[in-house]
Design a protein around this ligand. Structure first.
Ligand code: T3D
Length: 255
C-alpha cells in the first residue's frame, strides 16, 4: 500500500505512505490516491487532510520508475495519473488541508498547491525541483502557484530552483501557518474539524464560488452568487440558524 486513509468523524486523512522514498509518486500511489480522493466525495466526509508519512510530504514523480519505464512519457503520466487527481481535488466541494510535514518537491508541490489551505511543520522544505532537472512546473503548479503567490513571485521562485524553508514559505504566502512538528497533524485536525462543523453546504459552495472567481467576469460571478445563495438560503440548516438567531434576540428582549 502506498496511501493510508483514516477517518476521525467527518474528517478524512489521506497520508502518502512511501516514507523511504519521501512519498515519491509511483503508479501504485497514484491509483490509491485517486481512490482516496474518490472516497472523500462521500457526504459523510466534510473536510480532508492530505499529508505524508515519514520525513517527506511528497517529492513528486518517482524518478526510479521513470528510468525503469525507459524515460519519457511525461505527458502520458500527467494526463492519465496526475491531472485527474488535481481536477478531483479541485472539484471536491469540501475543504482540503495540506499538512506539509516535510520535504515537498516537484509534483508534491503541485499537490500541496491544489489544496485549499496549507499548513506546514517547521521541518517542511519546499523545492521547485522541476527546473533543476530540465522540466517545467506541471500537475497544476503553473496555475495554482500563480494564483496563490502572484505571477512575479511564482515565476521567480519556479525558475530559481531555490529551496524554501517553512518560515520563508509562510513569508511568501505559500503556507498560512508553521507548527512544531509534533503539533502539525493535531492542528490540521482541529482546523479540519472546525470546517467540517460549519453549517450546511456553505464551505463547499464557497470553494466552488471562489474557484470560479479565478477566471470569470463580475457579472458571471454575481449570477453564480445569486444561484448558490438561492440554494443555500433554501436549506434546513439556514432556516434553523435563522430561527435560532431570531429566537435568541426575542428572548433577550424578553419576548
Ligand atoms: O513524469 C512526469 O513528468 C510527471 C510529473 C513530474 C513532475 C515532477 O515531480 S518532477 C520532480 C521530481 N522530483 C525531484 O526531482 C526531486 C528529487 N529529489 C531531490 O532532489 C531530493 O531527494 C530532495 C531535495 C527532495 C530531498 O533531499 P534529501 O537529501 O532530504 O533526501 P534524499 O537523500 O535525496 O532522498 C531520500 C530518499 O528518497 C533517497 O533514496 P535512498 O537513496 O535513500 O534509497 C532518494 O533517492 C529518494 N527520492 C527522493 N526523491 C525521489 C526519490 N526517489 C524517487 N523519486 C524521487 N523523486
Amino acid at each position: 500500500m502506498a496511501v493510508e486513509v483514516s477517518h476521525e468523524g467527518p474528517v478524512l486523512t489521506i497520508a502518502l505512505d512511501r516514507p523511504d522514498q519521501l512519498n515519491a509518486c509511483t503508479r501504485e500511489l497514484h491509483v490509491e490516491l485517486a481512490a482516496a480522493v474518490k472516497q472523500a466525495r462521500s457526504p459523510e466526509v466534510r473536510a480532508v487532510i492530505l499529508t505524508g508519512n515519514g520525513r517527506g510530504f511528497c517529492v513528486g514523480q518517482d524518478l526510479g520508475e521513470v528510468r525503469a519505464d525507459g524515460g519519457g512519457g511525461n505527458d502520458v503520466r500527467l494526463r492519465t495519473l496526475y491531472n485527474p487527481t488535481i481536477r478531483a481535488l479541485r472539484a471536491l466541494e469540501k475543504p482540503v488541508i495540506a499538512a506539509v510535514n516535510g520535504v515537498c518537491a516537484g509534483a508534491g508541490l503541485s499537490l500541496a498547491a491544489a489544496c485549499d489551505i496549507r499548513v506546514a511543520s517547521e521541518h517542511a522544505k519546499f523545492v521547485p525541483a522541476f527546473a533543476n532537472i530540465g522540466l517545467i512546473p506541471d500537475a497544476g503548479a503553473s496555475y495554482h502557484l500563480v494564483h496563490v503567490l502572484g505571477y512575479a513571485k511564482a515565476f521567480e521562485w519556479m525558475t530559481s530552483g531555490r529551496h524554501l524553508g517553512a518560515e520563508e514559505a509562510r513569508a511568501l504566502g505559500l503556507v498560512s501557518e508553521v507548527l512544531v512538528p509534533d503539533a502539525l497533524l493535531e492542528h490540521a485536525g482541529e482546523r479540519a474539524q472546525a470546517l467540517a462543523a460549519m453549517t450546511g453546504a456553505a464551505v463547499g459552495l464557497t470553494k466552488r464560488l471562489m474557484q470560479q472567481a479565478l477566471h470569470t467576469t463580475l457579472d458571471e460571478q454575481l449570477e453564480l452568487e445569486a444561484q448558490l445563495q438561492g440554494y443555500a438560503g433554501s436549506t434546513p440548516e439556514y432556516a434553523a440558524a435563522l430561527d435560532a438567531f431570531l429566537d435568541r434576540s426575542a428572548a433577550k428582549r424578553g419576548g
